[in-house]
Design a protein around this ligand. Structure first.
Ligand code: AQP
Length: 328
């Protein structure tokens, strides 16, 4: 069975953007692949984090949310990145085979480093850690939103380079990008991506937001003064984003969603339909999350996942270590 792998870093609370670009694809593919879904806690400290305790809480919350969204331990191996020592060990070897120029071209590095004064080296080398996350397990496919496509392409390049130099060590992974919802935009500034760590919470809908907060956020979502609904990402980014959210969450084909809304003149009615689809998506997730978070079930799942992931990862690392000439 081919392997699928992805993770969502606990750098903030999970958003409907993360759901549309990441989790939703996992739900779609989990039965087709041997699926690995991890919490990349080590990625979180690439930007300053004020509170280590909050990271720990989020790790647990994310793992519970993966389960609450419907990802099934029968199909998926769940684990926490920092519990797999081989990923660090492999990262060092891969860093020595990655070029400064390649990392300098990463757009996420450029945009995140602009927001900081003292940029940590980890933010620069983080795509190599992500490459190690992926190729350590011989992952065939990596479902991601558009923003992460460049990092998966780098992982491919590194895998190919290592294979050319040392023989067939790694499977070369492919990104899978959702047809709809691969880049959900911020509700307050629909020219930029909705992100966990965006400063203005009004622009972001979190999976655990209350219905009253979601209502406020959708009602205040930026649209335009044209007075009609139409899909045009350049001229009407706010409206187009809301149509995309509706299509992605309801599973309606994009063209059908566009046809459904085009020509509506009352933005309030349009937003009400979008709101309803968000509620319908999040209600069962939140209910399941409440149950799971009151039990220790997630620990059992994470322990099992850690053991399986470590077994595969340490074998692969051993092969790579020998191939590059380490040890006696
Ligand atoms: N707005 C989005 N629309 C669609 N997909 C998205 N993803 C993120 N934002 C959107 C996808 O969710 C997964 C999570 O990736 P990550 O946690 O490694 O980090 P990220 O891409 O940097 O996500 P965020 O939410 O923007 O986090 P911060 O604010 O910490 O940087 C990936 O598949 C991503 O593509």
């Amino acid at each position: 069975m081919k392997r699928l792998l992805s993770g969502l870093q606990p750098s903030g609370e999970l958003t409907i953007g993360n759901y549309c670009g990441g989790i939703r694809q996992f739900l779609q593919y989990q039965k087709e692949y041997d699926s690995f879904l991890f919490v990349p806690d080590m990625h979180t400290i690439t930007v300053p984090q004020a509170n280590p305790e909050l990271i720990r809480e989020r790790i647990r919350r994310f793992a519970n949310l993966y389960l609450a969204c419907g990802l099934d331990p029968q199909n998926c191996t769940f684990y926490i990145q920092s519990e797999i020592p081989a990923v660090n060990q492999l990262t060092w070897i891969l860093e020595c085979h990655t070029y400064m120029g390649e990392l300098s071209r990463m757009t996420q590095y450029k945009s995140k480093s602009e927001k900081q004064t003292n940029v940590g080296c980890g933010l620069f080398t983080y795509p190599v850690l992500m490459a190690a996350d992926i190729i350590l397990y011989d992952s065939n496919v990596v479902p991601v939103g558009i923003d992460q496509k460049q990092h998966v392409e780098l992982a491919r390049d590194i895998a190919v380079r290592m294979n050319n130099r040392y023989g067939d060590l790694f499977v070369v992974p492919e990104p899978i990008i959702a047809k709809v919802g691969a880049k959900i935009k911020d509700l307050q500034d629909p020219t930029k991506k909705m992100s966990k760590s965006n400063e203005d919470p009004m622009g972001t809908i979190f999976l655990l937001d209350s219905e009253s907060d979601i209502k406020k956020k959708i009602n205040r979502a930026v649209t335009d003064n044209d007075g009609y609904v139409a899909f045009d990402e350049e001229k009407k980014p706010g409206i187009s984003n809301l149509i995309t959210i509706y299509a992605a969450l309801s599973g309606t084909p994009m063209q059908e969603a566009i046809d459904h809304f085009t020509g509506m003149t009352r933005y309030g009615d349009f937003k009400k339909e979008v709101l309803e689809v968000i509620y319908e998506t999040l209600r069962p997730i939140q209910a399941e999350y409440q149950k799971l978070s009151q039990s220790d079930y997630v620990d059992t799942i994470l322990d099992q996942g850690r053991d399986r992931a470590n077994e595969i990862a340490s074998k692969k690392y051993d092969l790579v270590r020998k191939a590059v000439g380490f040890g006696r």
